[in-house]
Ligand binder design. Structure first.
Ligand SMILES: [Zn+2]
Length: 196
């Protein structure tokens, strides 16, 4: 990343981890040194990889202490892995004439169909099933194929926030599945992010 790209990346990274600016401020006279190390750590990475790496790191560290001091190295490692994956797009593979997919969830398409957040809210409130209130949306899959959609601004699938539509079930069972999911999600702790 160029210095300008680093600034751009840092702004977006700080949007995922708002506490990081305070953490930088607390380094006092050393904050410039820390910044210089970070710039050096990420100099050989590409902006798009670092942006995606920040998003992944955010997904991985939800509800955990943010360990800001290691962020540059974590982002670099994820970005380097993404770069390798992008350099080698998977070839379609076949076994006995049947195509084998790298991602069974989206069949390497990059998009999955989930319940719309409004429908999830309705399921939670017990108001599901009213006419015209049940609809779905496309979400970028969490696999490599989903990255290009995520970069275009499509929300990224994760199993905590989204519920896949069980396309092979009858509609009544699909909705039951969603209601069960929302019921279970009530038991999860609310946002317990730790900030230093
Ligand atoms: Zn996928």
């Amino acid at each position: 990343m160029s210095p300008i790209e680093f600034d751009d990346w840092f702004d977006k990274h700080a949007a995922y981890f708002p506490g990081i600016r305070t953490w930088f401020g607390r380094q006092g006279e050393y904050s410039k040194d820390v910044e210089a190390v970070w710039r050096k750590d990420l100099a050989k990475c590409q902006l798009e990889d670092c942006l995606d790496a920040s998003q992944q790191l955010y997904g991985q560290t939800e509800n955990k202490a943010p360990f800001f001091e290691r962020h540059a190295r974590e982002v670099r490692e994820i970005a380097q892995n993404l770069r390798m994956q992008r350099a080698q797009p998977p070839e379609p593979r076949y076994i006995d004439g049947e195509q084998i997919f790298g991602c069974l969830q989206c069949k390497d398409d990059g998009q999955v169909i989930c319940w719309h957040p409004k429908v999830m809210t309705a399921a939670k409130a017990g108001t599901l099933g009213e006419p015209f209130t049940v609809y779905t949306c496309a979400v970028a899959c969490e696999c490599t194929a989903g990255e290009r959609y995520a970069r275009q601004g499509m929300p990224r699938y994760n199993a905590k926030q989204w519920r896949l539509v069980q396309a092979d079930l009858p509609r009544s069972q699909q909705l039951k599945d969603l209601e069960d999911f929302m019921e279970a999600s009530r038991l999860r702790p609310a946002n317990q992010k730790v900030t230093f």
